[in-house]
Every structure is written in structure tokens, then in C-alpha cells.
Design a protein around this ligand. Structure first.
Ligand SMILES: NC(=O)c1ccc[n+]([C@@H]2O[C@H](COP(=O)([O-])OP(=O)(O)OC[C@H]3O[C@@H](n4cnc5c(N)ncnc54)[C@H](OP(=O)(O)O)[C@@H]3O)[C@@H](O)[C@H]2O)c1
Length: 285
């Protein structure tokens, strides 16, 4: 059954971002009263501002999408993904509000896939550590919260940042190297958004995997999307191995982040499609 959102006050952080752009229309369509200030209007790293905002608006549910990405300044990643997440958790605790926090598969090290919901966080990258810090802090402050570990977020109707970057490289006549030995479970952002909305009313806490049920390599995923969006220059896509870069001294990245997602599918009664369910047969590798 679809969650009843009519008139419910929901605060979404990071609503202007990639996932937020799928989530906000869904909440509006379900009749929720959506509060989605941009970061210049409400910065979650400012605890006093978060306290004042939540005292005034008293949201009954909070969906925390706000994040600094892996390319952002490291201090910023700690501030937003760690300290900011704490401020949101304290706010949820004070209000007894439902808190759905969005974390990432990169809190895992990629050495012991497939991962269950409660796999301990063992991040390899700085960004992964900042997201793991956020998860751990939230669950310590407010154990009733659910921390959604999700994978690459894509959209068959809109080109995502990663694929857009590959397309730019190809347009500039450059080669585009995609890893065959990095495995992920991508999920359309609209499905992630639907799942987050449903989780508002599902009594589950702790960490929960929400990703596509199909594991594929970054090479397969990238090629599928470049073909789907008919990006020119696709013949310059090259298969390569993350392992080779690491042998040349690049920092280690998680290899296989296959997540078991049956629990989330069961709890939310929402199938979590794989890429081939929507785009057809996968290429080899
Ligand atoms: N996209 C993916 O493939 C992916 C994969 C795994 C996990 N995730 C997780 O999913 C969530 C959403 O990702 P996304 O791709 O939608 O991110 P995004 O497009 O980079 O958007 C991030 C949002 O966070 C907001 N934000 C940043 N700093 C803030 C601050 N100090 N206070 C308030 N808001 C702040 C930004 O707001 P303004 O625009 O207003 O500045 C922006 O809207 C993140 O937690 C991310 O870690 C994403």
C-alpha cells in the first residue's frame, strides 16, 4: 500500500540534488507538505540553524540526502556527511520524527560481497569514511533511524553526472576507460525515491541496502548508458582494470559492492530493478 503523505510535514535535505530532483515531485504528488531549503538557506553543518528550523517547522519525517561528494574538499566531506548528519539526527530525536538517512555502498571495502544489510562499515576511501562516520553517528544518537546504503543512482530519462563526464571526454575525442573489475548494483533514482518515501512508514532501523538487484561492472553500466543516450564516440570506450591503476600507485577503491537487497524489497513491497530490466541485455565483461 502506498504511504499516506497528505498534509504530513517532511523535511528533505539536499532536495536540489540528483536524487532530490526525483524525490521532491513524488512527495508533492502524494500531498506531503515538503520543506526543502537549499544549502544557502539552511546549512546542516550549522547546528543552531538546524535547531531553529526544526523548532519552527516541526517536521514529522526527515529524509537526509544532503552530502558533500568525493570530489569536494575533505574537510567539507567530514562537516556535511558527518557533523551535518549528527545535527539532523539530534533534530529527529528531539521531535521523535522518522529519520530516513541516505548513505552509500562505499562504506564497505568490496572484499566480501555480497553484503547483507548489517555488514560492518569498513571504508577504503576518504568519502567512504565520511559516509560511515555519518551512519555510525546517526545510529548512536537516534537508533530508530534507518540508514539506506545505496549504489550508483541513474535515470533512463536523464543523463547522470558520471555518464555526462564520460560523454564530455568522448566529445573531446579522448578515450574513456571503464573498469571491468569494479562491481556495483545501480538503481534508478525514481525507484530510490519511491523506496525512501515508503521507508517513512516502515518500522525498520539500522542499516538497510537499497540498490538494484543486479550486479554489473562499471564497464557494462557505462557502456549501457552511453548506448542508451546515443552518445557519439562510443568506439573510444576502453575496458580496463582498477587493479592495474592500483599497481601503478593509485589509491585502492572498493571492487565488488554487490548488495543483498531482498529485505528492502520485502519491507517496501517494491521491486528494485537492475539495469538490464530497463535497458536490455548487458554487454560482456
Ligand atoms: N548519486 C549517486 O550515485 C549516489 C550513490 C550512493 C549514495 N548517494 C548518496 O545519496 C545522497 C544524494 O546524492 P545526490 O547524488 O543527490 O547528491 P548531489 O546531487 O551531490 O546533491 C547533494 C545535495 O546536498 C546538499 N548539501 C550539500 N551540503 C549541504 C549542507 N551543508 N547543508 C544542506 N544541504 C547540503 C546540496 O544542496 P544545494 O544544491 O542546495 O547546495 C545538494 O542538493 C547523498 O547522501 C549521497 O551520498 C548517491
Amino acid at each position: 500500500m502506498l504511504p499516506h503523505m497528505q498534509g504530513r510535514v517532511v523535511w528533505v535535505t539536499g532536495g536540489g540534488g540528483w536524487v532530490g530532483q526525483a524525490l521532491l515531485p513524488l512527495l508533492h504528488a502524494r500531498g506531503a507538505t515538503v520543506l526543502a531549503p537549499r544549502s544557502h538557506e539552511l546549512d546542516i553543518t550549522d547546528n543552531q540553524a538546524v535547531r531553529a528550523f526544526t523548532r519552527t517547522h516541526r517536521p514529522e519525517a526527515i529524509i537526509n540526502l544532503a552530502a558533500a561528494g568525493p570530489l569536494d574538499d575533505e574537510q567539507r566531506q567530514v562537516q556535511v556527511n558527518g557533523e551535518g548528519a549528527k545535527h539532523v539526527a539530534y533534530a529527529a530525536m528531539r521531535l521523535h520524527a522518522r529519520l530516513v538517512h541516505v548513505s552509500s555502498d562505499v562504506v564497505l571495502d568490496g572484499r566480501s560481497a555480497p553484503y547483507d544489510d548489517n555488514a560492518p562499515a569498513v571504508p577504503l576511501t576518504f568519502y567512504g569514511r565520511s559516509k560511515a562516520y555519518g551512519e555510525a553517528s546517526i545510529l548512536m544518537i537516534y537508533p530508530q533511524a534507518v540508514c539506506v546504503r545505496t549504489s550508483l543512482s541513474w535515470d533512463p530519462a536523464a543523463i547522470d553526472r558520471g555518464t555526462g563526464g564520460f560523454a564530455e571526454r568522448l566529445a573531446a575525442g579522448e578515450p574513456c576507460k571503464l573498469f571491468t573489475d569494479e562491481i556495483r548494483c545501480p538503481l534508478p533514482r525514481t525507484v530510490l525515491a519511491e523506496c525512501l518515501v515508503r521507508l517513512v512508514d516502515v518500522p525498520v532501523n539500522g542499516t538497510l541496502n537499497v540498490a538494484g538487484h543486479e550486479a554489473l561492472s562499471r564497464y557494462q553500466f557505462g557502456l549501457m548508458l552511453l548506448r542508451h543516450f546515443r552518445v557519439p564516440g562510443i568506439e573510444r570506450v576502453q575496458a580496463c582494470k582498477a587493479e592495474d591503476l592500483e599497481l601503478r600507485g593509485e589509491p585502492r577503491r572498493p571492487r565488488d559492492l554487490t548488495l543483498r537487497v531482498g529485505h528492502a524489497e520485502m519491507l517496501t513491497a517494491l521491486p528494485l530493478p537492475g539495469v538490464s530490466d530497463l535497458l536490455g541485455t548487458l554487454p560482456n565483461q
